[in-house]
Design a protein around this ligand. Sequence first.
Ligand SMILES: N[C@H](CCC[C@H](N)C(=O)O)C(=O)O
Length: 277
Amino acid sequence: MLLHFTKMHGLGNDFMVVDLVTQRARLRDEQIRQLADRRFGIGFDQLLVVEPPRDPEMDFRYRIFNADGSEVENCGNGARCFARFVRDQRLTHKHEIHVETAGGPLVLNVQHDGMVRVDMGRPRFNPATLPFEAPGDQPLHAVDVDGDTLELGVVSMGNPHAVLQVESVDSAPVEHLGPLLESHPRFPKRVNVGFMQVVSPSEIRLRVYERGSGETLACGTGACAAVASGIRQGLLKSPVNVHLPGGQLSIEWPDPESSLVMVGPATRVFDGRVTLN
Ligand SMILES: N[C@H](CCC[C@H](N)C(=O)O)C(=O)O
């Protein structure tokens, strides 16, 4: 079966985007892993699947699969690429797009300057929402890893995030601590791991070791989680510029009762076709 796809990225976090509104296909976990391979397949951090909505009030349903084939609840950079894709493919002419995800509804706005503004909903800190095993809800949790005790912020953006403050992202032990925290037993569904350097109350540098994909050049939900945790700890003040290896995102979270809003780019790289076995 021949499947048409579009390769896109949000600040270097790259995606294979598939329209299952006008095409029909079922992608098995093993096929996703093969397609994700950067040598034997197409290569991507996440696969984004566009489907008709199940809720008639919504415009689309959007499903997200990591490179290891695991389906996840949310993808911030992917949401911006999704919004550009459905307009470029003429699946909608709307500028404000309402979309269902496994992590809850999102509202996407494609701006005239080409940037995409995403209402990411409210960050949740209750450990049970990740899930994370902890006695209660607090700004920082002590977690024992590899003989050390780390102080982690935990945030759900629909998907689970742990945030570790570091002196410098350049020297942060991402390759060592990322995998250890990603699969730490206190995170029963694993976790995305953010390494946050606070530059000023309105500026951070961030690297993210993503659940199911490893370190990526950018992570939208990771940027949202880091800013939310930093604001909750009194280290940051909205709006915050987040500098990731792949580029910059602007995150606004004016008060705890408001949605968190992310603004950033979405880039189309090429269209392709692949034969599914
Ligand atoms: N790259 C995505 C995050 C994917 C999250 C996925 N790695 C997970 O397991 O939750 C973003 O821009 O938000």
